[in-house]
Design a protein. Structure first.
Lengths: 115, 525
């Protein structure tokens, strides 16, 4: 058994170890660049405070972008799709049973009659 | 016979007996002390896992293992005086069964270790562990049995235990409501399965899967039975549009339970694949049934991921992703089924698609289990599932954050993690079947990544919030539980081909080889 054998996909190959070596090489390059940066930064001093043009720093909770604000544009763009899809998830058990029975009936027609 | 021989010979039976024994003695042992009970449940889970691994090793090394209950010899499926009918209950553990058993064992150990801390604040833990071991027994039974009625029995054990576990925390009645929905739909599905079994028994005078497969005529009654089983098990594994119970049940169950519910759903997926490949195979219209499974898969992928994006409850979001990932498995195996009757297409890409789908079952159990456990660690520490109330936890829950990153990258199919390996196999093989399906699968992966970027930012990024200033890292047993699954996500991603060669390819060939299954059980009967 070759532990490092590339994955054969039937169409091509995937060699994760090669990818890993490339990733490590890139990491080393990034690290070397980072090492050339400013080294006088000190934790717990004024250097840590954000510069807001003299304005007071908002409370920590106020600057964190909450989950509901993310992908607002995506959801707006697909509003028509979500207006149909979300209401289908009613949370009502009888609705879910109807879906189950309806899908079973549809499959019966497809498999029983059409195939 | 030495003790080791006894264990090896009776491993299929012990796989059920040990967790049942652990389950029913748990309330008694729990009376002694919490420490003794914890040692008991952990010890019994490790023994169960060891048996599963021993059995899997035997299957992958020497071939399928047949175990006949009550027979003079454990491999005597057809008694000499039975007229060629396999009258006894049998367990037939082939490579596919062993593959599922390994998944159950790994996730079972991780979840139980995690539960020792995550559930320590709650009462009635004897009941919790009893139900957990019943779930373990149910899954092992479903994937091991060679008897269709026996499959139904284990399906019911699993469903009832799962419903109890979903309702375990009550949660102001919401968990009970989720459990009720799961239970009613599961019962409805079980009735359909039972009805189908009645059809088989009436038609073929047998409950043995191999015997039914051997006698399969694909009559109208067989078509009806096939649809009833496919619909019931598709619902149980959470395929769209039969997925409605999953967001409620997955989000309301304790996170440790949710991680194992993923495996429970996959046991139903196993049942679905076992029925279509082993019982029907090329006697049915593979193209039609294959396309039905493909369409269920595509719907699951697309609806699952798009419903996940707007969610604000972290576990509900992950539940929709579980639905979405099930779609990949259905897509891969569905493509394999659709071309099953065509030898050229099967060898060109059909087997590869199935290998991708089956490999994804394993990977999904690992990274989705991991993600649910990380969600549970977060909820355990801050007491809310609401993403809008979270933020800055990366400052204090560093290890949980690292485990979350591993799980999130794996589910999104980012190299070099395990999810990428199986998804790549699915993309490339499905592309040869139908490029549009492969493109849809890739777009769904991009949306999955987008969704988990949202979760990562909402939970871990940003400044440390004042209300979570005192939050600590998750307890060590929970970290170890998550660490086991995270390590597998990395290892299986870095070394995918040996995994495919040793576990996945034998499982796929065992699943597709109907003749081999029949011969293993019935021999020359």
């Amino acid at each position: 058994m070759d532990l490092f054998a590339p994955l054969l996909t039937g169409y091509g190959i995937w060699a994760p170890v090669v990818w890993l070596v490339a990733f490590i090489a890139a990491f080393i390059v990034v690290y070397l660049i980072w090492k050339t940066g400013e080294s006088s930064y000190k934790k717990g001093t004024e250097l840590e405070r954000p510069y807001l043009s003299g304005n007071a720093e908002p409370e920590k909770g106020a600057v964190h972008i909450r989950a509901s604000n993310l992908y607002w544009g995506f959801l707006q763009a697909l509003k028509g799709y979500y207006d149909v899809l979300v209401p289908l998830h009613t949370g009502v058990l009888t609705d879910y049973m109807i879906w189950f029975v309806a899908v079973t009936a549809l499959l019966l027609v497809i498999v029983g009659v059409l195939s | 016979m030495t003790f080791a021989d006894f264990i090896i010979t009776n491993a299929p039976a012990l796989l059920i007996v040990v967790p049942l024994f652990a389950a029913f003695l748990c309330p008694v042992i729990g009376k002694i002390s919490t420490t003794v009970r914890n040692c008991w449940v952990m010890g019994m889970m490790l023994i169960t896992a060891a048996i599963a691994f021993i059995l899997a090793y035997r299957v992958f090394a020497t071939g399928p293992v047949l175990y006949v209950f009550g027979a003079a010899a454990t491999n005597l499926a057809v008694p000499l005086d039975s007229g060629g009918i396999p009258i006894r209950i049998i367990f037939m553990v082939d490579a596919m069964s062993a593959f599922m058993g390994i998944i159950c064992a790994i996730v079972g150990v991780s979840v139980l270790l995690y539960s020792l801390s995550s559930e320590s604040r709650n009462s009635s833990l004897e009941g919790y562990y009893t139900l957990f071991f019943l779930m373990i027994a149910g899954v092992f039974g479903m994937v091991s049995t060679g008897d269709i009625f026996n499959f139904f029995v284990f399906l019911e054990i699993l469903s009832l235990a799962s419903a109890g576990m979903i309702a375990y925390r009550v949660d102001g009645g919401l968990a009970v409501e989720a459990a009720l929905k799961y239970l009613v739909l599961s019962t409805l599905g079980a009735i359909l399965v039972l009805f189908a079994i009645g059809i088989y028994y009436g038609e073929y005078n047998a409950l043995n899967i191999a015997m039914i497969a051997q006698r399969m005529q694909y009559t109208m009654l067989d078509k009806i039975a096939l649809v009833l089983i496919v619909a019931a098990l598709a619902m149980k594994c959470g395929a769209v549009p039969l997925h409605f119970w999953t967001p409620d049940a997955y989000s309301r169950a304790p996170s440790s339970v949710t991680a194992f519910l993923v495996v429970a759903s996959q046991a139903s997926l196993y049942g679905l694949f076992r029925v279509v490949f082993t019982m029907y195979n090329v006697t049915m219209n593979c193209v039609t049934v294959g396309w039905i499974i493909i369409i269920l898969g595509v719907l699951s992928m697309v609806v699952g991921v798009t419903m996940a994006i707007p969610q604000k409850d972290i576990k509900r979001l992950m539940a929709y992703h579980a639905v979405s990932q099930t779609g990949y498995m259905l897509l891969g195996v569905g493509v394999g089924l659709a071309v099953l009757g065509n030898v050229a297409l099967t060898s060109a890409f059909g087997f590869m698609a199935m290998e991708g789908g089956i490999f994804h079952i394993f990977n999904h159990a690992m990274y989705k289990g991991l993600l649910f456990l990380t969600a549970g660690a977060i909820v355990y520490r801050i007491g809310t599932r609401d993403l809008n109330k979270m933020g800055g936890l990366g400052h204090t829950m560093k290890y949980t954050m690292i485990f979350f990153i591993i799980g999130a990258l794996a589910i999104a199919g980012i190299p070099p993690l395990n999810g990428f390996a199986s998804k790549l196999m699915i993309y490339e093989s499905v592309y040869l079947f139908n490029p549009i399906l492969a493109i849809i699968a890739m777009v769904v992966s991009i949306l999955t990544l987008a969704s988990f970027v949202k979760v990562f930012h909402s939970v871990f990024m940003g400044p440390q919030l004042p209300e979570y200033a005192e939050v600590k890292e998750a307890p060590l047993p929970m970290l170890i539980g998550m660490g086991i699954l995270a390590a597998i996500c990395i290892l299986f991603g870095l070394f995918p081909q040996p995994v495919v060669d040793m576990l996945v390819a034998p499982a796929v060939h065992a699943l597709a080889d109907q003749g081999g299954y029949i011969a293993s059980v019935l021999g020359g009967a």
